[in-house]
Design a protein around this ligand. Structure first.
Ligand code: OAD
Length: 241
C-alpha cells in the first residue's frame, strides 16, 4: 500500500510538513465540519462563530464554546495524533500545521505546531487581545471581563476574521521549504490553508494526501492514501523504524 517512492521520501527527507484538519480528530470523537454528523449541522456556526454574534449575544456564544470545550476535554488523542508526535522526533525539521482548534496535537506530545485557526483551550480579550491561557475554567458559566473592561472570548478564528499573520507566514515558509508534505484529514476547501499543499508542490516537495475520501485537490497531488489517518499514520511511522 505504501509506494517505494513514499517510503524513500519518508526515509530520506530532512524537512517534512504535515497539514491536518478535522478528519485527524474524527477517530477521537470530534465531529468534522462537513460530514453528516458535522458539528456545524447541529449548531449553525455562522450564527455563533462570528464576532457580530458575540457582540449581539456574548453569553450565548460563550455557553456554546463552553459546551464544546466540555466535549473536547473528555476525549483523547488517537494513534494518528501520536504518530505525528513521534514523527516530529525523527526529522531535523518537522512542522505540524493544523486547522484544528481542539489542542489534541499538544496533548499527544507534538511541540512544533503552527495553529492556523487558534485553540479552543485558550481565551483572549476581544478588546486588548490579552491571552487568558489557564485562568478561566471550562466550567465557568458566565462570560468574563478582562481587566481592561473588554469581553473575553475564545482564541479561535471566527468566520470573517483573518488568520494570525505570524502563523500563516510560518506555515507558507515551512510548506515552501519542505521535501515531503502531507495533507491529512482535511477537505482542503477552506482558504488559505488549502493553498499550502500547492505551495509545497510548486516548490518541489512530494505531496501526499491521507483521507478516506477523495478531495477537491486529490488529482493534483502525488499520492492519495485512502483510509483513516489513525490507521495510516502509524504504518508510515513503522517505515522509519
Ligand atoms: P472538513 O470537515 O471540511 O473535512 C474533514 C475531512 O476529513 C474530510 O475530507 C473527510 O473525508 C476527512 N476524514 C474523515 N474522517 C477521517 C479520518 N478518520 N482520517 C482522515 N480523514 C478523515 O474539515 P477541515 O478541512 O478541517 O475553520 O475544515 C477546515 C476548516 O473549515 C476548519 O478549520 C474550520 C471550518 O470552517 C474555522 O473554524 C476557521
Amino acid at each position: 500500500m505504501i509506494s517505494e517512492k513514499l517510503a524513500d521520501a519518508l526515509r530520506n527527507s530532512k524537512r517534512v510538513v504535515a497539514l491536518t484538519g478535522a478528519g485527524v480528530s474524527a477517530e477521537s470523537g470530534v465531529p468534522t465540519f462537513r460530514g453528516d454528523s458535522g458539528l456545524w449541522k447541529k449548531f449553525r456556526p455562522e450564527e455563533l462563530a462570528n464576532f457580530d454574534a458575540f457582540i449581539r449575544n456574548p453569553q450565548l456564544v460563550w455557553e456554546w464554546y463552553q459546551y464544546r470545550r466540555s466535549l473536547i476535554y473528555e476525549i483523547e488523542p488517537n494513534p494518528g495524533h501520536y504518530a505525528l508526535a513521534n514523527m516530529e522526533k525523527r526529522y531535523n525539521e518537522f512542522h505540524l500545521i493544523t486547522q484544528n482548534v481542539d489542542g489534541l496535537h499538544h496533548v499527544a506530545g507534538s511541540t512544533n505546531i503552527i495553529e492556523l485557526h487558534g485553540n479552543i483551550r485558550r481565551n483572549k480579550c476581544a478588546s486588548c487581545e490579552k491571552i487568558y491561557d489557564k485562568e478561566i475554567s471550562f466550567q465557568q458559566k458566565d462570560v468574563q471581563k478582562c481587566e481592561c473592561g473588554g469581553l473575553i472570548r475564545p482564541d479561535v478564528v471566527w468566520f470573517g476574521e483573518v488568520l494570525p499573520a505570524d502563523a500563516l507566514q510560518r506555515a507558507f515558509s515551512a510548506a515552501e521549504n519542505c521535501e515531503l508534505f502531507f495533507s491529512i484529514g482535511t477537505s482542503a476547501i477552506v482558504q488559505p490553508a488549502a493553498q499550502l499543499p500547492f505551495a509545497a508542490k510548486e516548490a518541489g516537495a512530494y505531496v501526499v494526501e491521507i483521507n478516506p475520501e477523495k478531495t477537491a485537490i486529490t488529482s493534483y497531488l502525488d499520492e492519495h492514501l485512502e483510509g483513516p489517518s489513525g490507521e495510516i499514520l502509524p504504518k508510515l511511522l513503522k517505515i522509519l523504524d
